[in-house]
Ligand binder design. Structure first.
Ligand SMILES: C[S@@+](CC[C@H](N)C(=O)[O-])C[C@H]1O[C@@H](n2cnc3c(N)ncnc32)[C@H](O)[C@@H]1O
Length: 204
């Protein structure tokens, strides 16, 4: 990882995604039991887990981000264990059917081969387990889509692999998830290319 990826981008990411946190906090409040958060980043979501949780396991491939997330864990008094480890959502080092909830927030934009990650999330979820998600996605408006396609190559470089052209809704459906509820909307406080969001809960 480069100095930019390890030290500069995490600050940019935290600042740029602050606008989403209130909604993410509400959503994560629905996670229950043993929880896996994929792409935990700098730990921005770790304070949002509530009493229905028995354990949180966070995985994140960038060790520098994980170090920052660990300081969040160390400085908080959680009522349940929170364990962070370096890991890749495309190859989860966990047993089948071992989590009650998986949380994916602003991460399916960045994972290469997101189909593998979706299949892995489903594998580690217990039957009836819940995928809690909040993701920015490709627009359904063709004019915006064209601009997303144009800007994406530059954006991907600046934002360490983040794509603004992903159809994450279809990806989850193709992986076999059934939506319990999904909100598909344009965030009013975000520039149009980043504004299309899907959020909700899908069931294995
Ligand atoms: C925009 S950040 C969001 C971080 C965090 N989820 C949040 O809400 O702040 C995207 C995250 O996905 C992580 N990521 C990228 N590739 C991944 C992979 N293969 N498996 C798991 N996480 C990955 C990145 O390292 C980064 O932390």
């Amino acid at each position: 990882m480069s100095f930019y990826e390890d030290r500069i981008f995490p600050f940019f990411m935290e600042y740029a995604t602050r606008v989403f946190r209130r909604e993410i906090a509400q959503l994560i409040g629905t996670a229950q039991g043993r929880v896996l958060e994929i792409g935990a980043g700098t730990g921005a979501n770790l304070g949002y887990y509530t009493a229905g949780v028995t354990e949180v396991v966070g995985i994140e491939p960038v060790a520098a981000m994980l170090q920052k997330a660990q300081t969040v864990v160390d400085s908080a008094a959680h009522e349940f264990p929170v364990r962070l480890q370096v890991g890749d959502a495309r190859k989860l080092p966990f047993e089948d059917d071992s989590f009650d909830s998986v949380v994916a927030c602003l991460v399916f934009c960045t994972i290469p081969d997101p189909e593998l990650a979706a299949a892995e999330m489903r594998r580690v979820l217990k039957p009836g387990g819940k995928l809690v998600f909040y993701e920015h996605v490709a627009s359904s408006r063709s004019k915006v889509q064209v601009w997303q396609q144009r800007i994406n190559p530059v954006w991907r470089k600046l934002a360490c692999g983040c794509e603004i052209t992903r159809d994450t809704r279809s990806l989850f459906e193709s992986a076999g998830f059934r939506f319990e509820h999904i909100r598909d909307f344009e965030h009013p406080k975000v520039p149009p290319l980043m504004a299309p969001i899907i959020s909700g809960v899908a069931v294995k």
